[in-house]
Design a protein around this ligand. Structure first.
Ligand code: SF4
Length: 363
């Protein structure tokens, strides 16, 4: 694939950076500040305490806009550093940050973030990554399975953020990939993360040891263009996938959230064909696929409607099937027939277009 075909996406640069007192003297904070200054951020405040204040504007709209322009550098408390199992993606979840500057109208974080959606990056990176050392060899989700046991203990980095979307002002991702790549935590661990961004230049130069799988979050053009504000456009993501694969990374597609929009077969079919064309010449390609259909909860819908009151995203409980989880929570998924039809189509199309790709799960 020709690198010059797709223009790079403008990287996110916060308007202001807030550094809490406890985070101020940590070594990774110095790196974050260095990166922010290099990116042209002049409004960097060292706070006198650990509480983030002044996050609210005069309206919901203004609060949202200010939050999405703010990077907070904070210390992850022990509760946030404790790795948690994260089925079906990985044995454990490790969070480098919480929050994301993009504007996806279905954002997965809507149900799990409280307060204004500020991006909080963790300054105590050594302690955060120490979860890899303490939990290596203790996985129960992908470890020991026929399909994925060879990946070693797996650690997912993108549950609460898009780590590549904030990377040029944080550097946390490169550090994690380099440490795992150089064997700091042994041979039996691997990282994975998913992203809608394309700024992969720095990752290409890292000695990653093929121990990180980068998945590009991809979708039908209409979904990406209409609902995924502030992210890289689809051709740029496909190009990023190709460049990472050529640099030896294991790669993947996170096809999510799948929506049965008009013409969905043609649009998802075109997306898969674009990926096939992009990676056709990659030697030793290791490509996986994860497919997640769109779903929402009462609380995520409320938050999303407060962030995006004019959204055209379908979140109609009457058009969905309510699915109860073991904790009593309800999520709204597509009806059984729609799910079956999409699953069958995706399975057949993947077999046809990307026969060597491994489908990890459909949900
Ligand atoms: S890229 Fe992911 S985390 Fe960021 S706004 Fe979009 S859905 Fe949310």
């Amino acid at each position: 694939m020709n690198d010059l075909l797709v223009a790079p996406t403008r990287v996110w640069t916060p308007s202001r950076v807030l550094v809490t007192r406890s985070a101020a003297d940590l070594p990774h904070t110095a790196e974050i500040i260095r990166r922010c200054e290099a990116a042209g951020v002049s409004d960097i405040d060292i706070l006198s305490g650990d509480r983030l204040t002044g996050l609210r504007g005069e309206s919901e709209r203004q609060t949202y806009a200010m939050a999405k322009e703010t990077l907070a550098v904070v210390v992850a408390p022990p509760s946030a550093r404790k790795p948690q199992p994260i089925p079906p993606s990985a044995d454990w979840r490790i969070d480098l940050a919480k929050g994301c500057p993009a504007h996806c109208q279905y954002c997965y974080l809507a149900g799990s973030l409280s307060g204004p959606p500020v991006t909080r990056v963790y300054a105590n990176l050594d302690e955060v990554l120490d979860g890899i050392r303490t939990h290596a060899g203790r996985g129960t989700i992908t470890s020991g399975t026929d399909e994925r046991g060879h990946e070693g203990t797996t650690f997912e980095l993108s549950c609460y953020t898009d780590p590549l979307g904030i990377e040029h002002v944080t550097g946390s991702l490169a550090e994690a990939v380099a440490r795992v790549g150089s064997g700091d935590y042994g041979d039996g661990v691997s990282l994975r993360f998913t992203t809608k961004f394309d700024d992969v230049d720095e990752l290409l130069t890292i000695d990653h040891g093929r121990r990180t799988r980068v998945r590009l979050s991809v979708n039908a053009e209409d979904v990406a263009n209409r609902f995924e504000g502030g992210t890289a456009r689809m051709p740029a993501r496909v190009q990023a996938l190709c460049r990472l694969a050529l640099a030896g990374y294991r790669v993947g597609l996170t096809i999510a959230p799948v929506m049965p929009i008009p013409g969905w077969r043609e649009q998802y079919g075109q997306m898969l064909a674009d990926v096939r064309d992009a990676v056709s010449d990659v030697p030793d390609l290791d490509l996986t696929v994860e497919i997640i259909t769109h779903r929402f909860t009462e609380s995520s819908k409320d938050v999303l409607l407060s962030w995006y009151p004019a959204t055209k995203l379908e979140m109609d409980e009457d058009a969905r099937t309510a699915k109860r989880n073991k904790f009593g929570g309800v999520k709204y998924v597509y009806p059984r027939d729609t799910m079956a039809e999409m699953k069958s189509w995706f399975t057949d199309e993947l077999d046809r277009v990307l026969p060597d790709a491994q489908l990890l799960y459909w949900t």
